[in-house]
Design a protein around this ligand. Structure first.
Ligand code: GTP
Ligand code: MG
Length: 692
């Protein structure tokens, strides 16, 4: 039976690595009756972590989508990975979700990656509730975490619960709104929620915390405000409604407490998801534009309208694709044909599925507001819009972070190369942060990804899923080329025509742009006999020229390429598309060689957590690596260091930090910007740097 759209909740679970996302998801599946056994991450049994690499390492690598029922509601849930190398999974999930549960460890608090996922959710305006997990562990301090959410995330965190007992003595929670205690029966793995009165000794604290909560709610409802100012007690319903308004506006974030591992406090999270987070009807209507025109339109969630969906994840299964779709408008039927607005191709949807943790449920159709998986798509990639061919539109895609680490690989054994390349192609369908190209000089295959772990997982999957043995080089940095001065160049390309040689010419100007600008192309208006299609072809070739780079094989960036003219000779026929493309591509490459090319290297932003006694040693080593310390902070017993450092210095840093901190230090690293590479690197590539 189709669900009432108002009762659907599309939510993600996001946090720093290891905060307990998968553990919480497993409980959600168990209590909602989706699974009959609770899978544990540390035994490699979590159904959400189904990949062997996830089970062995106890970390999530790929986001898993699942669906369950809670009361009248259907919850479509995505468990995301916390490790920064798989950040694309968070990005594409928050792009299509209406709400999220942000988990924090009650011991470690707001960690570097918590800030990153919080910013990702901010960028898409996704309302959130917070869950302070691991309250059972020694050193747990929920008030400190609430304070940190305010200080570090600049977010208004509002406690809805207080813990009963702390650390090992943690025994349940007090619901501040209803003023009652909730405990979770150990006998049935916490499935029975026992409601009771607030225990003696907590009454004062509960009164105080409820007052704080009322004060926060008052900002969103005049009646609550009045009652608060009069010193009257506000009934539960009034508080819940007001807090809901604040949550939907992303102006406050309700906070719940518990211990997922010990099965305490999970059901209230589900209740809060249903109550405080928006249905697809309440989420803001996404904006789209009509292909080929700048016209923007809002796309309200309407099951009766023409179909519009966003592909946000693709999985390759023995060479076939399973495409995850968020349907924003219309009702999609299995067997129908859709238009991929990004590439202008048609796709036939064969089957539609609702994904459950361990099984798929086939659906004849799915409507606006749903998240489903489809088979049959051959072209759509992450971030593409699929729509009714009669009503084409284009949603904003998914922002793809910059992959900056590469490794050279070779398939072992003769004849394996073709199969090897085909398999790598599947991986590229799945993962926009994984790229493959051939080094033009050595003929080696180069894999590019987000970090060492990301590439290690790809190689491991090649071996295990596809039985391919590969030889690998060492991980390397992915550079960029930039130019130091403006040049103009007239480039001619001549090829044999049927009767006489065909000549195509372009006149180009290359202009350096400030760091971080990327590539900008400027083309003239199409004036007959030059058609818009021909200009589009030239534009593509200019882009290919930039991607190919001029000397080192790394792409050009931070430059503007202006097509000044396509000179035409009077009386001669128009040059053909192929010849013009060749002139444009070669023109960019040769012009860049004249424009003082130099190399840029990736600079990373680094966050370190370490015990005080190792601080001196770690800072010394950072200095040697040309790192720049941007800030020092203290968090409980740990020192927090923020720094920027060239990626080239950071390979194998995990091992180094572990030994410098006796295993107690940890770090996360995120691409920040490209900057001029040092002279020795320029020389290694035969360049002399910007001044040369
Ligand atoms: N003491 C305690 N341990 C917990 C709790 N929740 C999770 N853990 C443990 O913390 C570890 C990490 O849990 P996961 O659920 O894998 O964390 P995650 O957020 O999914 O991690 P990634 O997916 O790798 O980012 C596991 O060993 C869990 O058993 C909790 O409430 N209390
Ligand atoms: Mg996980």
């Amino acid at each position: 039976m189709p669900d009432d759209i108002g009762c659907i909740r599309n939510i993600g679970i996001v946090s720093h690595i290891d905060a307990g996302k998968t553990t919480l998801s497993e409980r959600i599946l168990y209590y909602s009756g989706e699974t009959h056994k609770m899978g544990e991450v540390h035994y490699g049994q979590a159904v959400m972590d189904w990949m062997p690499q996830e089970q062995e390492r106890g970390i999530t690598i790929t986001a898993s989508a699942t669906s369950c029922r809670w009361g009248d509601h259907r919850i479509n849930l995505i468990d995301t990975p916390g490790h920064i190398d798989f950040t694309i999974e968070v990005e594409r999930s928050v792009r299509v979700l209406d709400g999220a549960v942000a988990i924090f460890s009650a011991v470690e608090g707001v960690q570097p990656q918590s800030e990153l996922v919080w910013r990702q959710a901010d960028r898409y305006g996704v309302p959130r509730i917070c869950f302070l997990n691991k309250i059972d562990r020694a050193g747990a301090d929920y008030l400190r975490v609430v304070q940190q959410i305010g200080d570090r995330l600049k977010a208004r965190a509002v406690l809805l619960q207080l813990p009963i007992g702390e650390e090992q003595a943690f025994a349940g929670v007090i619901d501040l709104i209803e003023e009652r205690a909730l405990t979770f029966a150990a006998a049935d793995l916490g499935a029975s929620v026992v409601r009771g009165p607030v225990p003696d000794g907590y009454l004062g604290r509960v009164r105080e915390a409820r007052l704080k909560l009322t004060e926060a709610a008052a900002d969103f409802d005049d009646r609550v405000m009045e009652a608060f100012l009069e010193g009257e007690k506000v009934p539960a319903e009034g508080l819940k409604e007001a807090l809901r308004l604040g949550t939907l506006a992303c102006r406050l974030f309700p906070v719940l407490i518990g211990s997922a591992l010990h099965n305490q406090g999970v059901q209230p999270v589900l209740d809060a998801v249903c109550h405080y987070l928006p249905s697809p009807l309440e989420a803001p209507s996404p904006r789209a534009h009509r292909p080929g025109s700048g016209e923007e339109l809002a796309v309200p969630c309407d099951p009766a309208g023409p179909v519009a969906a966003l592909a946000f994840k693709v999985m390759a299964e023995s060479g076939r694709r399973l495409t995850y779709l968020r349907i924003y408008r219309g009702t999609l039927k299995a067997g129908s044909t859709l238009f991929v607005a990004n590439s202008g191709r048609s796709e036939k949807i064969r089957h539609l599925f609702r994904m459950h943790a361990h099984k798929r449920e086939e659906l004849p159709q799915a409507s606006a507001g749903e998240i489903v998986a489809a088979t049959g798509c051959q072209f759509a990639l992450t971030g593409d819009t699929l729509c009714d061919p009669a009503a084409p539109l284009l949603f904003a895609g998914v922002t793809v972070p910059e992959p900056v680490v590469s490794i050279a690989v070779e398939a072992k054994g003769t004849g394996a190369r073709e199969e090897f390349l085909a398999t790598l192609e599947y991986f590229q369908w799945e993962d926009p942060t994984f790229r493959v190209h051939e080094d033009p000089e050595t003929g080696q295959t180069i894999l590019t990804g987000m970090g060492e772990l990301h590439l290690e997982i790809v190689l491991d999957r090649l071996r295990r899923e596809y039985g391919m043995e590969v030889r690998t080089g060492r991980p390397r940095v992915v550079y960029r080329e930039a130019v130091s001065r403006q040049v103009e160049r007239r480039e001619a390309f001549q090829r044999e025509g049927e009767r006489r040689p065909e000549v195509a010419e372009v006149v180009l100007r290359l202009t350096p742009l400030p760091r971080g600008s990327g590539v900008r192309l400027q083309l003239p208006e199409p004036v007959a006999p030059i058609t818009p299609e021909l200009l589009l072809a030239v534009e593509q070739s200019l882009r290919e020229g930039c991607d190919a780079g001029c000397l080192t094989g790394y792409p050009l960036t931070d430059l503007k390429v202006t097509l000044l003219e396509i000179p035409l000779e009077r009386g001669l026929p128009l040059p053909g598309e192929q010849a013009l493309r060749a002139a444009a591509r070669r023109g960019v490459i040769l012009a860049a060689r004249e424009a003082g090319p130099f190399l840029l290297e990736p600079i990373m932003s680094l966050e370190l957590e370490l015990p005080g006694e190792s601080l001196g040693r770690v800072l010394g080593s950072l200095q040697q690596k040309k790192g720049r310390v941007e800030g020092l902070d203290r968090r409980g017993e740990l020192e927090l260091v923020r720094a920027t450092v060239p990626l080239a210095e950071m390979f194998g840093y995990m091992t180094e930090l572990r030994s410098a901190t006796k295993g107690r230090g940890s770090f996360t690293m995120e691409f920040l910007r490209f900057d001029e590479a040092p002279p020795e690197v320029q020389e290694r590539f035969g360049l002399s740097g910007r001044k040369g």
